[in-house]
Design a protein around this ligand. Structure first.
Ligand code: ATP
Length: 965
């Protein structure tokens, strides 16, 4: 157990400057000035470490080296067993201490277990046995466990301490019990007597209590021993049955849940009845309705409900916004800041595995620090030269608890959600690195240089950025700091500095500066966080991590529609992937169905065939527009049901259906089933808006205005957040926004109605503005790898086949040429072309240009009016032309009864289709595209000479960019 209960951070490292005695750099001046705190006697400069380090005798060094060498050898072997933790960074290893525990375990075992004799073993045995009595038999085991932990998880300081403390308590309690059971020997019986019971420790622990009654220590220490087992195994009291069950399953190799026939039925009843606060039940079915437990869960919309599921457990220290420095604690002097910085650099701390509640800003001075101003080598320059501490591998995560109910699907199918281990844990989040300390020094320097009376009081390190907190002295204006934004950027060598004034909920200015050592946020960790576990709502997704290091999860049903925007490469598709994977991890196809629109054709293909899809992934923008119209129809159908049966929300309806309270009309054969949530994901809205802007906008607006109650939710992603794509109407109806880095402040305003997104640093760095929030929250998006997605998709597809509806995006049917056109198609096409290109709807012009009689020209004009090309007759005036030259090709195709290849985009898509097919056949895609482009140019020339050049340019660009992707 040596070393287990005390150490939480790696051994202090010598800074490179301390070896060389390097002078303090730019920031060193602050430390030099800080000598004014002076209480510890002298400035930091005078206390620098001597340039020549003190060397130990060679024999000791050889012995130490040999010991460590053996430690690394054994440690390497131990780490290779079982899960792969062999990639520990050298400075994270604690093989020397681990080997010591192991050696001690073996040594004690040799005489306690195997009876080795000799003067030395006998002497040690007498001491160990005399101290711990019978517990000396268990000691080797405990030491062995400690050694293994230290070999395998040296960076899990918190876990190691827990195990160490647990074993200490266990030893103490065990000795106490052994003392009573062993007949309560007295000291007068000497060590020989004590050894036959609980040893000296047992005597000290139990004899005072035994004076009351011998049962007292037995009961008390029995309980303590039980508690120590819980501590060692990290088992919360409530989790004991689950742990026992898990252990049994593991040992016996069985799955109790599978064998539990009852669980199935029970779970079906329990479906959706999460423990909800008991509130007065809403009356759904009139006065004489019977209380139905399955209806208890629904409480309708809640006051102040919001999309983000956050930590509503106000446990001390767990809350966000805890002051960086406790009230009453004086603010640190510059010297103290420098000293703390050096200390941190010498022993960089990492968060333990359970970092999710550690959202406090790190105070830069603690009460105990006062007066500790001078530490050898205490120069900021020294601090920043310490080599970076590499990210340590995360300890194994606690699995996401499987939902307690078996998931029963319509048709009596049992569906198992993917297991949590398909999503791998991410790296252990760092709480503080030397990069942070260097920034603190730079900020402090900048404030001093400009004579601003303000102090950097702490910081919260997130995965992408760290928010440094600055407190102003009374009488100092906030503007004095905000005006320094450019100087701060210069000092920290980053153009992406964002100033928050104030930090919401705090009297402090926040300065967000990108970490030079960013950390990836794994989706698995987000979904395993307490926030995600708090609910099993199927629409909950892992969003990422905020600046304070807290996990952000959100309920898509509460958003209720989301706009995701950002420049190319900013992280939109990764976010969409995390969102879909979250849903696949947590929801059955009966709970959530999806429509995926992927005009880019590559982003969502991994999900093809998952049973949650209602239609194959739609890649053709025109079909996508049709699918949106289907969604509107579906929404209307749901609304009809809600209205007919008297419900306000589909959740109510579903609960009533499950309770058998909703019956179809007597003469109807309809089987009423609960409606799943329907999530419509559009990965590039711009492509849809190019094809049919009005139709798409109409559908989106209608869906977004009404669909919440119908359980239909939209996620619209775009890399072109311009006003012609994200129109005012769409924006007004999509209340939640996720803005990744945008290329301009204008784009940021389009997405968020405020600047900020242009300052983001890309690759998943985002501002999340859920519905109702006044300030955007900065998050680093969750990351899910392709192989994880693949595993999840494979699992899901293995559970159930996708059953597609064929009415969502129907195959285009060949239209017949309308009867009323008859044999006049050719001349009608010419007339259309003429009218549209000239934008002049005159019958006499048709007569002249087409050389037809008055009657025929009049008939042609009537046909044009019936097809919406021209407006109604206005006496002798020319008619209004309603079709723009751009849309001519589409109109002509429609008249010919063809699928309209009218717009540049749909032509491009077709080209890309051909190109892909050609690639598959080993042909030359680019030649084909070029050839097709030529054809297209000609055909456009044929229709509209004037506009050809412009159209061609656009079309060419799109075509090349599509095939280039
Ligand atoms: N949350 C994240 N964590 C880590 N890296 C990320 C994250 N999100 C994105 N990235 C990085 O950024 C790259 C681009 O991301 P992504 O493809 O999602 O961008 P995009 O906005 O969809 O771009 P485009 O619009 O061109 O498709 C990814 O390949 C990945 O390397």
């Amino acid at each position: 157990m040596a070393d287990m209960a005390t150490r939480t951070s790696p051994a202090p490292k010598r800074t490179s400057s301390s070896k060389t005695g390097a002078p303090a750099g730019r920031s060193g001046s602050s430390a030099a000035k800080s000598g004014r705190s002076g209480s510890s006697g002298g400035s930091a400069r005078t206390r620098q470490l001597p340039a020549v380090e003190h060397r130990q005798p060679w024999l000791l060094r050889v012995a130490g080296g040999a010991w460590l060498g053996i430690g690394h050898l054994v440690g390497g072997g131990v780490r290779r067993i079982g899960q792969d933790v062999s990639d520990l960074a050298p400075e994270d290893r604690r093989d020397g201490a681990a080997l010591f525990n192991l050696a001690l375990a073996v040594f004690i075992a040799t005489f306690a277990w195997w009876g080795l004799r000799g003067w030395f073993p006998d002497a040690v045995y007498a001491v160990v046995n005399g101290t711990f009595g019978w517990m000396s038999l268990v000691l080797p085991l405990m030491l062995f466990v400690c050694a293994c932990r230290l070999f395998r998880q040296p960076v899990d300081g918190r876990g190691n301490n827990r195990v160490g403390i647990g074993f200490l308590i266990m030893t103490f309690a065990g000795c106490g019990i052994a003392h009573i059971v062993g007949g309560q020997p007295t000291v007068s019986e000497g060590f020989d007597g004590l050894r036959q019971a609980g040893g000296m420790l047992g005597f000290l622990a139990a004899s005072p209590l035994a004076a009351i009654h011998p049962a007292v220590p037995v009961v008390l220490y029995g309980l303590l021993a039980f508690v120590s087992v819980l501590i060692v195994t990290a088992t919360p009291f409530g989790a004991i049955p689950r742990r026992l069950r898990g252990a049994y399953e593991h040992l016996m190799g069985v799955d109790l849940q599978e064998n539990d026939g009852d669980a199935h039925d029970r779970s079906y009843l329990d479906e959706n009845s999460r423990p909800a606060p008991k509130k007065k039940r809403k009356r759904l079915f009139g006065k004489d309705e019977e209380a139905d437990p399955r209806l208890e869960g629904y409480v309708g919309d809640e006051a102040f409900e919001h999309a983000v599921i956050d930590d509503d457990d106000p446990s001390p220290g767990a809350s966000k916004g805890t002051p960086a420095v406790a009230p009453g604690v004086r603010r640190p002097t510059q010297a103290e800041i420098a000293v703390e910085k050096i200390k941190a650099a010498q022993g960089l701390g990492t968060k333990g595995a359970d970092a999710e509640n550690a959202t406090e800003a790190i105070p830069l001075v603690t009460p105990g620090m006062a007066g500790a101003a001078a530490v050898p080598g205490a120069t900021p320059g020294a601090a920043v030269q310490v080599p970076a501490k590499p990210v340590a591998p995360a300890p194994l995560p606690t699995p996401i608890p499987q939902r307690t109910e078996q998931l029963s699907l319509a048709g009596d199918v049992t569906y198992t959600l993917p297991s949590s281990d398909v999503l791998t844990p991410g790296s252990i989040p760092k709480e503080r690195t030397e990069a942070n300390d260097a920034v603190v020094a730079a900020l402090t320097d900048t404030l001093q240089q400009f004579n601003v009376d303000a102090t950097v009081t702490g910081f919260s390190r997130g995965p992408t950025v760290t928010r440094y907190e600055i407190e102003l002295a009374p009488g100092t204006k906030v503007e004095r700091v905000t005006a320094l934004s450019k100087n701060i950027s210069y000092a920290v060598a980053s153009s992406d500095v964002r100033i928050l004034s104030p930090i919401p909920g705090k009297s402090a200015i926040g300065i967000e500066i990108p970490n030079t050592d960013r950390e990836t946020v794994s989706l698995g960790d987000v979904l395993r966080s307490q926030n995600a576990r708090r609910t099993d709502h199927p629409m909950v997704m892992g969003v990422g991590k905020d600046v304070e290091g807290g996990y952000v999860v959100a309920n898509l049903a509460k958003m209720p529609h989301l706009l995701v925007a950002g420049a190319t490469g900013a992280g939109k598709s990764s976010f969409v992937n995390s969102m879909i994977t979250s849903l696949l991890m947590r929801a059955t196809p009966d709970e959530v169905r999806m429509v995926m629109v992927d005009p880019k054709r590559v982003e969502l293909t991994a999900y093809e065939g998952v049973p949650h899809l209602i239609t194959p992934i739609i890649t053709n923008p025109k079909k996508a527009a049709e699918a949106l119209q289907w969604v509107v129809r579906e929404m209307d159908a749901r609304y009809d049901d809600l209205a007919n049966y008297g419900f306000k929300h589909v959740d109510d309806f579903n609960k009533a259906v499950r309770a058998g309270k909703v019956q179809p009309p007597v003469d109807s054969k309809r089987v009423i089933r609960p409606y799943p949530y329907l999530l419509v994901i559009v990965d590039e809205l711009a492509d849809l808006m190019m094809v049919a802007p009005r139709d798409v906008e109409d559908s989106i607006v209608r869906i977004t205005q009404l669909a919440r109650a119908a359980g239909i939710h939209l996620v619209l992603a775009t890399q072109r957040p311009s006003v012609d794509v994200v129109t005012g109407l769409i924006k007004a109806n999509v209340p939640s926004r996720m803005a990744f880095a945008t290329s301009s402040v204008t784009d940021s305003r389009v997405v968020l109605d405020q600047p900020g997104a242009e300052k983001l640093i890309g690759q998943g760095d985002a501002l999340f503005l859920p519905m109702g929030a006044s300030k955007a929250m900065r998050v680093q998006g969750a990351w899910v790898t392709e192989s994880e997605i693949h595993k999840v998709v494979e699992h899901v597809k293995g559970q159930l086949q996708a059953v597609y509806r064929d009415d969502v995006a129907p195959e285009a049917q060949k239209k017949q040429i309308d009867d009323d056109i008859g044999d006049d198609l050719e001349v009608l096409l010419q007339a259309t072309e003429l009218v549209v290109t000239t934008q002049f709807g005159s019958t006499s012009m048709l007569q002249r240009k087409l050389r037809v009689g008055f009657a025929k020209a009049g008939r042609l004009m009537d046909l044009l009016e019936s097809r919406g090309v021209v407006g109604p007759s206005e006496g002798s005036k020319a008619r209004d032309v309603l079709v723009k030259p751009d849309d001519l090709a589409a109109v002509l195709a429609a008249m010919k009864g063809q699928e309209a290849p009218a717009t540049a985009d749909s032509q491009t898509a077709a080209l890309s289709d051909n190109a892909n097919a050609n690639i598959a056949q080993g042909g030359y895609a680019e030649d084909l595209v070029a050839a097709d482009l030529d054809n297209r140019t000609q055909s456009i020339e044929y229709y509209d000479g004037a506009d050809t050049a412009g159209d061609d340019e656009d079309g060419s660009e799109d075509a090349w960019s599509l095939t280039g992707r």
